[in-house]
Design a protein around this ligand. Structure first.
Ligand SMILES: Nc1nc2c(ncn2[C@@H]2O[C@H](COP(=O)(O)OP(=O)(O)OP(=O)(O)O)[C@@H](O)[C@H]2O)c(=O)[nH]1
Ligand SMILES: [Mg+2]
Length: 360
């Protein structure tokens, strides 16, 4: 398992520009709205130098990094849920995603029309969020219809599910997240968009990166009040920088006062948003990165590698990647007592190198 993110936003917000910057693909980016019709799908590998260094020391010749899948869809507009614009038919493509990246236009660029005339990030955020709620409401209504038929002749379970759906519907109609456990579970089972973890990406003009952050205070406040994460980035600048040699990229970032590679930052934020960690296995020729929710126990972690390993789990040998690199080899790390033996309930840590022992 790795991570899947769907890009949402208004037409011309810069979704495809960001998609290209992330994936190094070249899907069309145009000044007119709805330049994307069919969804674009791209996968990036998360080159992790920790894993590469651990692989050298463990004598692995093959390195398999974790990956993230991005899906770029058509822009949403007001009324999308009722079939305006390209409608919500593309929303189906992002229902399976782990998180949504909501691209919000903050760049001015007079030659790129804004579908509502003026640039207004807060209004755009509210508009898109409303469309997501409305799309979810339709999904829930459809399910309520199905479930009421089933619950007529059905047992307790069907009736309870129907009650949960009705709670969920009431919450959505008020534009809030469900609060009962049952309603939350129902929301999860329907893959509702408005309940997915969300990251706002304020797509700023490069000229605004340093100077204008105060102007976005209300957007920052909104994200804080929702507990969503937010990043400010210039998608088109990132896209241009990505095509330069690495040393020139760094020089240019310095000129723009950017401390970090915006794309790496985005992926890191997505991991943080979903509370994910990465652990490593070094077995035979292959060193491999695995993505798991924080607090995953050693035995569940083994199950990510292979279901047999979870079933027959005996113990895990664990060392931090730094510890391994410092020791210079696994054998030396063991001699020095740096490799710990952990049981099934050990919570795996970000950067752990793990050797699972199991009964086949
Ligand atoms: N100045 C500036 N222009 C940008 C930026 N990001 C995107 N653009 C321009 O805005 C226009 C629309 O960008 P796209 O990436 O196609 O937007 P989209 O969100 O994919 O649009 P749809 O596919 O129509 O929904 C293009 O002309 C881009 O070059 C930015 O950060 N700064
Ligand atoms: Mg597009």
């Amino acid at each position: 398992m790795s991570l899947q993110c769907g890009l949402v936003g208004l037409p011309n917000a810069g979704k495809s520009t960001l998609f290209n910057a992330l994936t190094s693909l070249r899907v069309p980016v145009e000044k007119y709205p709805f330049s994307t019709v069919e969804p674009n799908v791209g996968v990036i590998t998360l080159k992790d130098t920790r894993l590469e260094r651990a692989a050298v020391v463990a004598g692995c010749s093959r390195v398999t990094h974790a990956w993230v899948r991005f899906v770029d869809i058509a822009g949403l507009v007001a009324g999308a849920s009722r079939g305006e614009g390209l409608g919500n038919r593309f929303l189906a493509h992002i229902r399976e995603m782990d998180a949504l990246i909501h691209v919000v236009r903050a760049f001015k660029a007079g030659d790129v029309p804004h579908p509502l005339g003026q640039v207004d990030p807060l209004r755009d955020i509210e508009l898109i969020n409303t469309e997501l709620y409305l799309a979810d409401l339709q999904t829930v209504d459809k399910q309520i219809m199905k479930s009421s038929k089933l619950s007529k002749g059905g047992g307790r379970e069907e009736k309870e599910f129907l009650a949960a759906l009705e709670d969920l519907r009431a919450a959505l109609a008020r534009g809030v997240s469900p609060d009962t456990h049952e309603a939350k579970q129902a929301a999860n089972s329907l893959n509702l968009l408005s309940c997915k973890p969300r990251l706002y990406l304020l797509n700023a003009g490069e000229e605004d990166l340093e100077s204008n952050q105060k102007a976005w205070q209300e957007v920052l406040n909104l994200a804080a009040s929702e507990g969503s994460r937010i990043l400010i980035m210039a998608a088109s600048l990132e896209e241009e920088l990505k095509r330069l040699p690495v040393d020139e990229q760094q020089e240019m970032r310095h000129v723009y006062g950017m401390q970090e590679n915006g794309l790496e930052l985005l992926v890191r934020e997505a991991y943080r948003l979903l509370n994910l960690i990465t652990f490593f296995t070094v077995k035979g020729e292959e060193a491999k990165a695995w993505t798991a929710p924080a607090n995953t126990r050693a035995r569940q972690g083994a199950g990510k590698v292979h279901s047999d390993m979870e079933r027959g789990f005996i113990k895990a040998e664990v060392i931090s990647w730094e510890g391994l690199v410092e020791a210079g080899s696994l054998a030396r790390a063991r001699e020095k007592g740096l490799v710990r033996i952990e049981g099934k309930d050990y919570p795996l840590q970000d950067g752990d190198v793990v050797l699972f022992h199991f009964r086949p």
